[in-house]
Design a binder for this molecule. Structure first.
Ligand code: NDP
Ligand code: GUE
Ligand code: MG
Length: 288
């Protein structure tokens, strides 16, 4: 039997509809339009595609958005000065600095992200928000990609409580927060990485398998328990117009119980949750 396809398109449109309603309600009750500023530094072509997608989705949902393009030779000080300006602007509720940063300021990434006011940190990368997620305080910002994966699992009524969730990848933006979110929903969580022994066996014991590795076809069908839910976070461009995930989809789909495609999967959820986080940020700032 072939797996249920968890369509990012369908779930994302569901989440965007919810976002639209909240935008209208904020407008009606408080005369506030949520506002998002996205900063893009340098000329990364993939980043440009994502930033355009974000801008377009803001329009769709009724969120005000600004894209701020800065040259590749921008210094850390110049970037932080721009962030500060946005921190003080009342009509901007969310600030996102698109990653990766140009090589010259890659080492400065932590200082740069820490300059974003935690209340406006719609990526959920600021240590204050990371800490809130870790200790279960629910007034922080949750990173968009894992947040979208969780919302999709819940919307698809996939059981998390008591399930073994295996996450391959331990980045701060996907793997670690995904683990925290699933743990908070009472999954038993295993986080794997490049030093993990017996990866295949561990993956095969997963009821929910999340791949966030960044290697095409890394998760093969023999690593999947029959009937498991497989979430493919990976985005790998293997040819100018060919995008694949981390999962060998064509074979995995015959083993899994449910699986997300790439493209048309988690990436769309990420953008939908960015909309939700911008709305959440506007609500938090209203309360301050
Ligand atoms: N769909 C979306 O919205 C998003 C997609 N992505 C995509 O998701 C993927 C992962 O992104 P990100 O988390 O930033 O990636 P990183 O490169 O930051 O992390 C990759 C992780 O995979 C682990 N890994 C690498 N090789 C192996 C291996 N052979 N066995 C086991 N683990 C391994 C690394 O282990 P170690 O720590 O030991 O090095 C690391 O923890 C990328 O394709 C990225 O483009 C990212 C963000 C959003
Ligand atoms: N500060 C920051 N926040 C991020 O959330 C962030 C980031 N930097 N840097 C890069 C990663 C990656 N990411 C994606 C967003 C959308 C799609 C997406 O829309 N994907 C579509 C289409 C992709 C395409 O056609 O290229 C799909 O999978 O169907 C993918 C990946 C957000 N990221
Ligand atoms: Mg990374």
């Amino acid at each position: 039997m072939s797996a249920q396809i968890l369509s990012g398109k369908i779930f994302a449109s569901e989440f965007k509809e919810e976002a639209k309603k909240q935008v209208l309600a904020l407008k009606e009750q408080y005369n506030i339009t949520p506002g998002l500023a996205v900063i893009i530094v340098g000329e990364n072509p993939a980043s440009k595609v994502y930033v355009n997608n974000k801008h377009r989705t803001c329009e769709e949902v009724g969120i005000y958005s600004e894209v701020i393009s800065m040259p590749a030779d921008t210094t850390k000080e110049q970037l932080i000065a721009k962030i500060d300006e946005l921190n003080y602007r009342q009509e901007i509720h969310g600030i996102l600095v698109q990653l990766p940063l140009p090589e010259a300021i890659t080492k400065e990434e932590a200082d740069i992200l820490n300059a974003i006011c935690p209340l406006k940190d719609v990526d959920g990368f600021h240590p204050v928000n990371v800490g809130k997620l870790m200790i279960g305080q629910d007034d922080g910002m949750i990173p968009c990609t894992p947040y979208g994966c969780l919302k999709m699992l819940q919307s698809a009524k996939i059981n998390i409580d008591g399930a073994h969730a295996v996450i391959v990848g331990r980045s701060n933006i996907v793997g670690k927060p995904m683990g925290q979110l699933l743990l908070a929903q009472n999954a038993t969580v295993t986080i794997c990485h490049s030093h993990t022994h017996n990866l295949k066996e561990i993956c095969r014991s997963a009821d929910i398998l999340v791949a966030a590795v960044g290697r095409p076809h890394f998760i093969t069908a023999d690593m999947i328990k029959p009937g498991a839910t497989v979430i493919d976070v990976g985005i790998n461009r293997i040819a100018p117009k060919k995008l694949v995930g981390d999962v060998d989809f064509d074979n995995a789909v015959e083993v899994a119980g449910a699986i997300t495609p790439v493209p048309g999967g988690v990436g769309l959820l990420t953008i939908a949750m960015l909309m939700q986080n911008t709305i959440n940020a506007a609500k938090l700032q209203l309360a301050k």
